[in-house]
Design a protein around this ligand. Structure first.
Ligand code: SAH
Ligand code: MG
Length: 203
């Protein structure tokens, strides 16, 4: 895997090993359909997935309202003042995201959808080869993401979920809850776990 830019220079929350796994699974999944991620932030995961989609000549849809999750808001643990739009009084990671896509030469591969996950999903009809869920971490947000997007994955396709913490002492449980839901639905089987990244295949 060769990335078109220095990935360490991209702000974000993805371990390089997790990124590599995203790239490798996406490379195969993109053969069965276009791919989609929920939660792009400044585009770190988008670069890995986008590179794989470029190779397979499919589109990567990148859904994010770019207003930040709970933990990105002013005063919270992962707030980044540089991503705050003072005139709007809101977070705005879209400008940085666009810069990353331009740097990575991914503007012809990645289609940004700047909207809440639920709104983006409302009229979605396109079957997907891979869905990567890395959006809001409240149980409500994670459930919306799972219910909205997992049903569009074609057989043989991949569902990837970030921030899986089986031990509650290590982190929030919402991503793990939807991971377990996917398994118990009987529609998915676990194929690999890379750090906090859960990878499932649509049966
Ligand atoms: N994948 C990124 C990190 C994503 S952080 C990386 O590799 O670095 C989580 C992102 O989810 C934030 O940018 C936030 O704006 C977005 N988000 C949270 N809730 C959302 C929702 N309901 N709809 C769309 N985007 C959401
Ligand atoms: Mg994450």
């Amino acid at each position: 895997m060769e990335l078109p830019l220095d990935i360490n220079g991209v702000k974000g929350f993805l371990d390089p090993e997790e990124g590599k796994a995203l790239y490798e699974y996406c490379l195969v999944a993109a053969e069965v359909g276009p791919c989609l991620e929920v939660g792009s932030y400044c585009g770190k995961s988008t670069v890995y997935l986008g590179e794989a989609c470029r190779s397979a000549s499919v589109t990567l849809f990148a859904v994010d309202h770019h207003r930040g999750s709970e933990e990105h808001q002013p005063g919270e643990e992962y707030h980044d003042q540089a991503l705050f739009d003072d005139s709007a009084g809101l977070m705005d990671s879209f400008r940085e995201f666009r810069a990353t896509m331009r740097q990575a030469d991914l503007e012809e591969v990645v289609v940004p959808i700047v909207a809440p996950s639920l709104v983006a999903a409302q009229d979605w009809r396109t079957p997907l080869g891979m869905v990567f869920i890395d959006g809001g971490h409240s149980l409500e947000a994670a459930m919306i993401d799972y219910r909205s997007w997992a049903s569009h994955i074609v057989p043989g396709g991949v569902l990837a979920i970030h921030d899986i913490f089986p031990d509650p002492a290590d982190g929030g449980q919402a991503p793990y809850e939807i991971f377990k839901l996917a398994l118990s639905s009987g529609l998915f089987e676990e194929v690999e776990r890379v750090k906090t990244l859960g990878l499932l295949r649509r049966i």
